[in-house]
Ligand binder design. Sequence first.
Ligand code: AMP
Length: 139
Amino acid sequence: MAAYDPDNIFAKILKGEIPCHKLYEDADTLAFLDIIPRTEGHTLVITKESAPDLFGISPQGLGKLMAVVQTLAPKIKTAVGADGVLIQQFNGAAAGQTVFHLHVHILPIKDGVPLRPQETGMAEPDALAMTAEKIRASL
Ligand code: AMP
């Protein structure tokens, strides 16, 4: 199992040391917009348990995380007018993981609209703020 770095970027978001476009929070999870959205409404749901990946979390914690994904995904889909939802979760650098704090991607997908390439870079903060407001209003 990968080691957990308590100073990873999502741990800093959880501690309030860096900002995020927060959509939802409860005792066990936090959901916020991805700063490099591959689609409109691209959301990350993270656990508050300090786990680097899927293999480091308790079954109970994983259950709570996925229950939040299940609740939020259809609401985010509706809020941005998408037709489907892609759920992604990466484990290990070889699999594409870049932040080693367990998280699940919620990607609303519109018919015929491909994912933006990762190289697109960070979204404008105002655009993210507008999307976050639209989603929060539908939660
Ligand atoms: P992964 O490849 O599953 O580890 O994805 C990590 C995701 O975190 C990427 O999609 C990044 O765009 C996203 N990300 C990195 N830093 C931040 C941040 N400060 N706020 C929001 N999303 C972030």
